[in-house]
Design a protein around this ligand. Structure first.
Ligand SMILES: NC(=O)c1ccc[n+]([C@@H]2O[C@H](COP(=O)([O-])OP(=O)(O)OC[C@H]3O[C@@H](n4cnc5c(N)ncnc54)[C@H](OP(=O)(O)O)[C@@H]3O)[C@@H](O)[C@H]2O)c1
Length: 301
């Protein structure tokens, strides 16, 4: 089968389409015929070698953590899903014709493969962030970096849980953030004062999604470092704030996404779709850092 892979760390040029062995679903897993795969920042960070600790790649690495497609193989012990079901979820090497998923949920009928593929990492991350700061109904939540994949999921998740959201985004994305249900301002100078002016009551929690060096302001806005969490600025613990990098219940997060899709409270916006051959370009655009929602590789077009 065809899959995108790389044999050494580097820029988008190291990506190649290769004929590789088909993966198989081990116990507790399903294999899908991939229709679409979401492009996450982790894809190009891994490709760059950001998580390698300087050790060269030992064997070719696949690309992609999220996908949506049709189940074609079921591992031992898996129940509640059948060959032919449309599912979306998380795995490894998902930018391929076939991929194994470790966590998945069924796709609501009205959701496209591209939209479903855009969802797993963003919803899981948004759920973890709100849990890390113990956010509750009625809280005012500030999201720094509201227009990207995680921000898109986090705004809608927080709104569905009865929170008031104030998001920061570039001037070009103000209407986008508003359409998702958040109050909004740009992130240039004076943003924290503008957030204070928008908040009808006190700001209760701060979510640092973009990792743009705003932790001190978020701590000042909430008045409590324990109410601030980052996914991209690892100076947070030194300031008393939190970092989350994983460890959540991915299946529960996917099920929450299904409920929100069905109630009409969640839309994952796919700014651009790419063919499998265009995966390097999709990663380039993701790395440029101003995507609205997600970029998605459509393996079947
Ligand atoms: N730790 C974890 O578990 C975890 C999980 C997922 C992602 N992440 C990391 O979290 C970061 C965001 O992920 P993502 O998937 O949301 O990325 P993304 O989809 O690429 O979105 C990034 C967003 O950041 C915004 N942005 C750029 N500069 C900004 C600034 N100075 N202030 C505020 N917003 C700014 C951009 O919006 P504008 O166009 O409006 O500027 C863009 O939409 C990445 O570094 C990713 O690796 C970590």
């Amino acid at each position: 089968m065809r899959a995108v892979q790389y044999q050494r760390y580097g820029g988008p040029e190291v990506l190649e389409i290769a004929e590789v062995e088909e993966p198989h679903a081990a116990a507790g897993q399903v294999r899908i015929r991939v229709h679409a795969a979401g492009v996450n920042a982790a894809d190009w960070k891994m490709r760059d070698g950001a998580f390698s600790g300087g050790t060269p790649l030992a064997k070719p690495a696949g690309v992609g953590l999220d996908a949506a497609g049709v189940v074609d193989e079921i591992g031992d012990g898996v129940t509640g899903v059948h060959v032919g079901d449309r599912v979306f979820g998380s795995g490894r090497a998902t930018v391929a014709e076939l991929a194994v998923l470790t966590d998945w949920a069924r796709m609501p009928h009205h959701v496209s493969f591209a939209e479903a593929a855009a969802t797993p990492v963003p919803i899981d991350t948004a759920v973890r962030m709100l849990a890390a700061v113990d956010a509750h109904e009625g809280d005012t939540v500030v999201i720094s970096g509201a227009a990207g994949g995680v921000g898109t999921a986090a705004i809608q998740l927080a709104r569905s849980r009865g929170m008031i959201v104030i998001g920061t985004a570039s001037a070009a994305n103000q209407e986008y953030v508003e359409a998702l249900g958040a109050l909004h301002t740009t992130y240039d100078d004076g943003w924290a004062d503008r957030v204070r002016a928008l908040a009808v009551a006190e700001v209760n929690v701060g979510l640092d999604v973009a990792g743009a060096g705003v932790l001190p302001q978020l701590i000042e806005l909430t008045g409590d470092p324990a109410k601030v969490v980052s996914i991209a600025d690892f100076s947070a613990p030194g300031l008393g704030a939190k970092v989350t990098t994983g460890g959540g219940d991915k299946r529960a997060a996917l099920e929450e996404a299904v409920r929100l899709f069905e109630s009409g409270d969640l839309r994952m916006i796919v700014e651009e779709t790419y063919s499998i051959e265009q995966t390097p370009e999709a990663q380039r655009v993701s790395k440029a850092g101003h995507l609205r929602g997600r970029a998605v590789v459509e393996v079947v077009r």
